[in-house]
Ligand binder design. Structure first.
Ligand code: PEP
Ligand code: MN
Length: 333
């Protein structure tokens, strides 16, 4: 980190700043330019609040040279992380397809969709029990009953399950859930992230609607700093000025994240587009761009789905898509 001081800084304030930095374990290299003094900070600056220094009277600007994320940074962990989901691997060349309905609606529905997606080639089952809905009047999910039904579908099909947590208080209900999803709206629920860091459960961390890739990595850092390295990142579209699709799928997030972090990244083409007929194309594009997996919404009766029907594939369309995904994977191998 470098700190650029204003011309003729107040000496007392400068000494206070330098003493404080030294007390934080930082070594200071000073270089005096024609008009301005520059302090080069050497050491672990991850704990230094850049805004705190920027706010000082004597400081003109502060620039970070090192990334603020360490645990999730590829620089400190060059090899791809492979997340082990009870024996099923994702990352480092292992590709997984998560499929299922947006929401668990009934035993019949989740079991039927689970069997259909398994037959179609899904390797994990998704289904929301706790639903973050924009309207408080919309279907909120079957909550703990939904988790029970999802575990029933897991027992019948043998598929590991992925479902969303919305609040720390729900954690005990997730004991038999294989992957805990943190939804876009909770990406910066830092208390939740800290708590998930104390577990050893694989976490599917979705990028927020209006968050940068660096912010996504900082959220992953919260989980990993707490001791849980089992994180799968998910790009699910971001909000832009475009209205033709529900969100804008940032395909470039895949190679960008691969450069910045060792964590696996999956793409959610369903929430990214909001339109079922766009899901196959975007799934293939994401696969070609190097994603480690996909999370796709599939419903046996999309027209009557309680949530996200317009973006849900029918099981037969999903099965056709899986065959094409396999072809793309073979082509880029
Ligand atoms: C979901 O997966 O159903 C969901 C609510 O996703 P997101 O958090 O990406 O909107
Ligand atoms: Mn959904």
């Amino acid at each position: 980190m470098i700190v650029i001081l204003k011309e003729n800084p107040n000496q007392k304030q400068l000494n206070n700043l330098k003493n404080w930095l030294v007390s934080q374990g930082i070594t200071i290299h000073e270089s005096q330019g024609v008009n301005q003094l520059i302090l080069g900070l050497v050491g672990d600056t991850t704990g230094i609040d850049i805004d705190l220094i920027k706010a000082l009277d004597i400081v003109e600007d502060v620039k970070r040279i090192q990334d603020p994320y360490k645990n999730v940074n590829r620089k400190f962990h060059p090899l791809d992380t492979v997340v082990d989901i009870n024996g099923l691997k994702i990352g480092g060349g292992h590709f997984q397809i998560i499929a299922g309905p947006c929401s668990i609606e009934s035993e019949e529905q989740i079991v039927e969709v689970a069997m259909a997606v398994k037959k179609g080639g899904a390797t994990l089952l998704r289904g929301g029990a706790f639903k973050p809905r924009t309207s408080p009047y919309a279907f909120q999910g079957l909550r703990q009953d939904g988790i029970k039904l999802l575990l029933e579908a897991k027992k019948i099909t043998g598929l590991p399950v992925v479902t969303e947590i919305m609040d720390i208080s729900q954690l005990d209900l997730f004991a038999d859930v294989d992957v805990i999803q943190v939804g876009a709206r909770n990406m910066q629920n830092f208390e939740l992230l800290k708590k998930l860091g104390t577990t050893n459960k694989p976490i599917l961390l979705k990028r927020g609607l209006a968050n940068t890739i660096q912010e996504l990595l900082m959220s992953a850092e919260y989980i990993m700093a707490g001791g849980n390295p089992n994180i799968i990142l998910c790009e699910r579209g971001i909000r832009t000025f475009e209205t033709a699709t529900r969100n804008t799928l940032d395909i470039s997030a895949i190679p960008v994240i691969k450069g910045m972090s060792h964590l696996p990244i999956v793409i959610d083409p369903s929430h990214a587009t909001g339109i079922a007929k766009l899901v196959p194309t975007m799934s293939l594009a994401a696969t070609a761009a190097g994603a480690d997996g996909l999370i796709i919404e599939v419903h046996n009766d999309p027209e009557h789905a309680l949530c996200d029907g317009p973006q849900s594939l029918l099981p037969e369309t999903f099965a056709e898509l899986v065959k094409k995904i396999e072809k793309v994977r073979a082509a880029i191998a």
